[in-house]
Every structure is written in C-alpha cells, then in structure tokens.
Design a protein around this ligand. Structure first.
Ligand code: ZN
Length: 73
C-alpha cells in the first residue's frame, strides 16, 4: 500500500518519513502496518523504512491518530 491517512491527511511514504524524522529524507520504502498500538492514544501505528542520509537506514513508526512517533535508532 502506498499512501496512508495520518492525522486526517494523506501522506506518501516519503512525507511520512519526514514527519517522523522532522526534516527531509533521501528515500523511503512503502508504508506498512506495524501491528502495534500507539502508547499515547491506542491508535493504529504504521511503519516506514527510510534513509535520512546515504549511510543510514532507519525504521520509523507513527500513530495515525496523534503526534506520537518513534524510530529504531
Ligand atoms: Zn496515538
């Protein structure tokens, strides 16, 4: 699946990665369901693998309903 709704807005994988990272990212993989609940609101969590720089690959997590986000660093 490509685009997903996050906090009421449709986002692309790259846009989702940028929401998690807080700045531009180089590349992002397709968005996946993370099979976990948001610790803040119990909402659905989605994940995206992305490259914040050429030497780094990060898996990021974002709640679809609130501001909660995390990564696997
Ligand atoms: Zn949440």
């Amino acid at each position: 699946m490509e685009n997903r709704v996050v906090q009421g807005r449709m986002v692309t994988p790259k846009r989702l990665a940028e929401l998690i990272e807080g700045e531009d990212v180089m590349d992002a993989e397709p968005i996946e369901d993370a099979d976990r609940e948001c610790p803040e609101c119990g909402g659905n969590v989605i994940s995206v693998g992305y490259m914040p720089s050429v030497t780094e690959f990060v898996t990021g997590y974002k709640c679809q309903d609130c501001d909660w986000a995390a990564d696997d660093r």
